[in-house]
Design a protein around this ligand. Structure first.
Ligand code: KIV
Length: 280
């Protein structure tokens, strides 16, 4: 029996070792076909609860359930071999207590096969992060603009421009890092704050609307591909306009069908020719 060399998945400890090293390349993914396309190009794929908007058409991340995250997380794990897969803990599945967080995280890890979970919040979640990490669950933190707290924050505006808010976000990031998180997403904050927080914590920071000084960057895949056009935050760079491409393809198809150009002969099953009978 020959043993084929398979690319190995990046581990949590390998990600952690990239502090101040090669930049971490991260994207979100929610489905098997997209994850398959992205796997070899990135270090980490996040099955983010942003799927509430990108996949399900909700206007916030709040309606996402644990079952939804598990279904998408399992699909992304099945379709990948190299990237480290992290799955978001959805709103309401971890904030009540460390024990609730453990039950939710354990389900996600057991039922998807992912390597880590992500949760939002700062000082108030530090005890939960410590509880999970001590029990073998790697945690990615998320501070700054935390979309699950949209109602408390009063919208999706960038944060940390005033001293009190800046100091709070700094304390949040440090608390999560010291509680044992293996990495920290910093979203939608003043650039200088993200830079300073990156210098202050010993774990890799992953920026989104943060700073080029972060140890890595993440974008929502639908944003960078131009698939989600309802709202484009300032920090998004559009690398392609696939939404336009899809619309144009649908238009071409509709035209072909209406004019009877599709299906053509090569798209239909014709009966194989019968051999001619020869006279005996
Ligand atoms: O849900 C998500 O996609 C995220 C990223 C924006 C970091 O949390």
């Amino acid at each position: 029996m020959s043993v084929q060399a398979r690319p190995k998945r990046l581990s949590v400890t390998q990600i952690q070792a990239r502090k101040s090293g090669d930049k971490l390349v991260c994207l979100t993914a929610y489905t098997a076909p997209m994850a398959r396309l992205l796997d070899a190009e990135v270090d980490l794929l996040l099955v983010g609860d942003s799927l509430a908007m990108t996949v399900y058409g909700f206007d916030s991340t709040l309606p996402v359930t644990l079952d939804m995250m598990i279904a998408h997380g399992a699909a992304v794990v099945r379709a990948t071999e190299q990237a480290l897969i992290t799955v978001d803990l959805p709103f309401g599945s971890y904030q009540a207590s460390p024990e609730q967080a453990f039950r939710s995280a354990a389900r996600i890890m057991a039922e998807t096969g992912c390597a880590a979970v992500k949760l939002e919040g700062g000082e108030e979640m530090a005890e939960t992060v410590a509880f999970l990490t001590r029990r073998g669950i790697p945690v990615m933190g998320h501070v700054g603009l935390t979309p699950q707290a949209v109602n408390a924050l009063g919208g999706y505006r960038s944060r940390g421009h005033r001293t009190a808010e800046r100091d709070k976000i700094m304390r949040d990031g440090i608390a999560i890092a010291e509680a044992g998180a293996f990495s920290l997403v910093i979203e939608g904050v003043a650039e200088s704050l993200a830079r300073e927080l990156t210098e202050r914590v010993a774990i890799p920071t992953i920026g989104i609307g943060a700073s080029p000084a972060c140890d890595g960057q993440i974008l929502v895949i639908d944003d960078m591909l131009g698939l989600f056009a309802e709202f484009t935050p300032k920090f998004v760079k559009r690398y392609r306009e696939l939404g336009e491409e899809i619309r144009a393809a649908a238009r071409d198809y509709a035209e072909d069908v209406r004019r009877g150009r599709f299906p053509a002969e090569e798209h239909t099953y014709t009966a194989p020719r019968q051999p001619k009978k020869t006279a005996e």
